[in-house]
Write a new protein. Structure first.
Length: 379
């Protein structure tokens, strides 16, 4: 038989679980009430995300101008915005045309690429162990003719025309709203923690200040470090591809830099396009591409990552892989990019709360010991 204390404890948690299940059931039945709230947050999510990313990249520059060179904050923000606009103009003028040109060249050379693949498959099919299988007949079943591919593309384009227009409208709204959000983040972001501290008790305000400081450090290290890493990987991968004579080196360098945002799996994803384009025509060049990526990743892993991001996240590789799988399944590509920083934030909060509870318990135990000692001395 359970004693009364254990029965009360079991009853308490049974009631708590029952209340929680009932609450979840009721909320699932009145989801229409929360739909406007969900629409509101989903509309602001992308602009706030872009503005937050740029905030952590640009805020150190604003802080440098205000603290070291004694600029007024508004003037420092204006100068940073001017630099940002100049950088965007340079990207639009120099980077985008090269990307568009190489994408157009790659699209033009797709028939030649498909022909190389067919020749490679034909040569493979002539081997002794594949002669019993008609590879070309199996390929014909997929109907990979240029006309069918173009027809499927045009039919898909016409059916998704409405979504394309909606995407363009959303992109235009993001371009308009994100700079305003970024401006006010840079202008008033440093006031957030002091304003929160004003409405809390001194003890809680110091705890919240410590937590905000840890979250800010985690996000700042991750976002600024990832930006530097992607720039390094993209630039040096492009230079390596260009030196060994890979076609579309600039395009593949940009892909490698963006793919580097995905931990552990990113380098392989960034390498894949260069290998696919070269391996059927020049296998040795595909091997050289692998060597270029290997060298760049070694430099990044041994020099850039330890000095830029360091061990601030300290997340086990297996944990990262699990986070990527779960986040990718829940939120797709966006989840893959945001899963690791979101996990880092949640872990920082949980560790902080756990330490705070442990400190409170130890302090309570010390106070109890002091009271008992005082009672003994009084006796």
């Amino acid at each position: 038989m359970l004693n009364s204390k254990k029965r009360q404890h079991l009853l308490f948690w049974s009631v708590e679980i029952l209340i929680g299940a009932t609450l979840i059931y009721v909320l699932s039945k009145i989801g229409f009430l929360f739909q406007p709230v969900g629409t509101f947050f989903s509309t602001l999510f992308i602009p706030v995300l872009i503005a937050g990313f740029l905030y952590y990249v640009l805020n150190p520059v604003v802080s440098l101008l205000t603290e070291r060179f004694h600029f007024k904050r508004i003037l420092a923000i204006v100068l940073v915005f001017i630099l940002l606009i100049v950088a965007l103009v340079l990207i639009v003028v120099s980077v985008i045309p090269n990307l568009v040109n190489q994408i157009a060249q790659l699209a033009t050379n797709i028939p030649s690429f498909v022909s190389d693949v067919e020749s490679w498959l034909y040569n493979i099919s002539q081997t002794e162990w594949l002669k019993k299988v008609d590879v070309m007949e199996e390929l014909d079943k997929f109907n990979l003719s240029y006309g069918s591919i173009l027809q499927n593309f045009l039919s898909g384009l016409s059916s998704s025309l409405g979504s394309i227009v909606s995407t363009i409208a959303n992109a235009a709204m993001i371009v308009i709203t994100a700079p305003f959000i970024l401006f006010y983040m840079l202008k008033d972001g440093h006031k957030f923690v002091p304003n929160v501290e004003k409405v809390l008790s001194p003890k809680r305000s110091s705890q919240v200040s410590d937590l905000m400081g840890q979250l800010n450090k985690t996000l700042s290290n991750y976002i600024s470090g990832q930006a530097i890493e992607c720039l390094f990987v993209g630039t040096f991968t492009f230079l390596g591809y260009w030196l060994i004579g890979v076609d579309y080196a600039f395009l593949f360098g940009v892909i490698a830099g963006l793919a580097n945002l995905i931990p552990y799996l990113g380098p392989y994803i960034g390498l894949l396009p260069a290998v696919l384009v070269t391996i059927f025509n020049d296998p040795f060049k595909a091997l050289l591409c692998c060597i270029v990526v290997l060298v760049v990743q070694q430099l990044d892993g041994n020099i850039i990552y330890p000095n830029v991001i360091g061990k601030s996240l300290a997340i086990h590789p297996l944990t990262i892989i699990i986070v990527l799988l779960v986040a990718g399944n829940l939120a797709g590509l966006l989840g893959i990019f945001l899963g690791v920083p979101f996990y880092a934030i949640c872990r920082t909060i949980i560790v902080f709360v756990y330490k705070m509870i442990q400190d409170a318990r130890s302090q309570k135990g010390d106070d109890g010991k002091k009271d008992s000692v005082a009672k003994k001395e009084s006796l």
